[in-house]
Design a protein around this ligand. Sequence first.
Ligand code: URP
Ligand code: ZN
Ligand code: ZN
Length: 496
Amino acid sequence: MSDAAAFDLVIRNADIATAADRFTADIGVRDGRIAALGSGLARGVSEIDAGGRLVTPGGVDSHCHLDQDTGDDSVMADDFLSGTVSAACGGTTTVIPFACQQKGKTLREAIDTYHQRADTRAVIDYAFHLIVTDPTAHVLERELPQLVEEGYTSFKIYMTYDALKLNDRQIIELLALARVHGAMVMIHAENADCIAWLTEALLEEGITAPIGHALSRPMLAEREATHRAISLAQLVDTPVLIVHVSGREAIEQIRWAQGHGLAVYAETCPHYLLLTEDMLEDGPRGYQCICSPPPRDEGNRQAVWDGLVNGTFQVLSSDHAPFRFEGPHGKQVAGENPRFDQVPNGIPGLETRMALLMSEGVMNGRIDIHAFVALTATNAAKLYGLYPRKGSIAIGGDADLVIWDTDRAFTLTNDALHHNVDYTPYEGWQMKAWPALTLSRGDVVWDGVQPSGTRGRGEFLPALRPQPAQPHRPLNPRIDTHRVLPRFAFPAVYRG
Ligand code: URP
Ligand code: ZN
Ligand code: ZN
C-alpha cells in the first residue's frame, strides 16, 4: 500500500444490503478485509465507483459438487478451476463442496485427495463438507473428532444411493458423534428401498425414459425419509439440515419439527423453484434435468416458494452436480438414450444461483433483499462455521462483494456461462440482473465481462464449530451419555 493511501481499495457510493441492514456507504478494504464503512473515506490505492448500485455480500454456495468421484465411468465436468471461475462470474465467492469418503478408505484419504484437487486450482475460497459412507470405529473414534478439530465441521449423510447410503443405526451413531463434537449434519433424505422397488417395477413395465426418474422417486419417498431423519435427530437431540428439499410433503415435516422447537434447518435449490417434472418429458432436456430429488409438479414448486418466503428454508444452494450432455462421460455414459436409472444425477447451477434468485425472488417481489442475502450468503456462513469472516458486509470480514447490475434484462444462454457443462436447464430464461463485478478478498474476480481470478488464489477455510449445530438441551437425563456413547471424548461444553 502506498504511504499516502489509507486503503488498498475503496468502493465508493455503494447501496449496501446485508441480511439485516441497508445503507449507502464507501467500503474501505485493507489486506483483503473490510477495514472501514462510512461516507467520504480517505483515498485508496485503487478505487471503484459503485455509482449507487446495489452491493451485497459475495455468495456462499454451501452445496456443490466439484471434481467428485462418481463410482462409474461418468466424470464431473467441473473441477475446482472451472467450477470456481464459474461461481465467481455468478457472484459466489465461497464454495463448500464435498470430500467424499470411498467405502473401505479413510476420511483422511478423502480430505488429502480433495485438497490436491482444490488447492492449486480454486480461484475463490472454499471449505469442505465430508461425505461419510463408511462409518467404521476408526472413522467415528479417531478420524471425525480430529477432522472436526481441524476445521471440517460438517458432514453429509445419504439415505439413498447404494454406494453412499447409511442405515438408521449408522445415522444415529453419526448424529450422536456430531452432537458431541459440534458438527453440522446434512441429510439427503430419500427412501432407498422405495426407489429401488419402484425402479424395478417401472423397468418391468418398459418405462425407461427420463420421466421414469421422477416416477421412481415420488414425493412420498422424500417425505418418509425426511420424517425419519428428523425422528432420528430428535432421538439424539442433534441439529440437522435437510438438503435439497423439493416439495410440500417434505416441507410439512420440516415445519412440524421447527414448530416443535427442534433444530431442523432446510435447504432448497433454484431448480425446485423454477423447474417442473414435465421437463423430464422434453427430449434431451429430460436427461439434462435428471437430479435427485427430481423436479416436482407446479403445486410443489409453489410450495417451495412459500417455504422460502415464510422462513422454512434457511439456505438456497445450487447443488451444482455437473455432467455434460454430449460425450461418453456425462449424462449418456451408458450410451444413447440410456435408461433413466443409468443417467448420472445432477444439474449445473453454480453460476446462475444468485442471479436467478435476484431476478425471480427480489425483482419479482417475492422476497426482499435481506432475505436474498440471508439465503444466498449469511445463513450458510453461520450454519457451516464461516461467519463472521464470510457472509456479510462488516468491518473485519473478508471483502467478498458483488456489485449488481439490476438494469440488465437479457436472455440467458449457456454460451454466456463459464462452467464446463454443455447446457444449462435455464437456457432462454429471461434474467433481470447479473453481477457487474465480483470481488474476493478485495480482488476483482469477475469484471462483468471476463473472469480474472488467478488459479490457486482461493484459500482453504477451516470452519469453526457452527453455533447452530449446538444441541438445544441435554439428552434424556435418564441416559448416561458417557455410558451410551462410551467411545466419544466429551468436550466439557457438551456435558449435559
Ligand atoms: O442429483 C443430485 N442432487 N446429484 C448430486 C448428488 C446429491 O445427492 O446431492
Ligand atoms: Zn444429495
Ligand atoms: Zn448434492
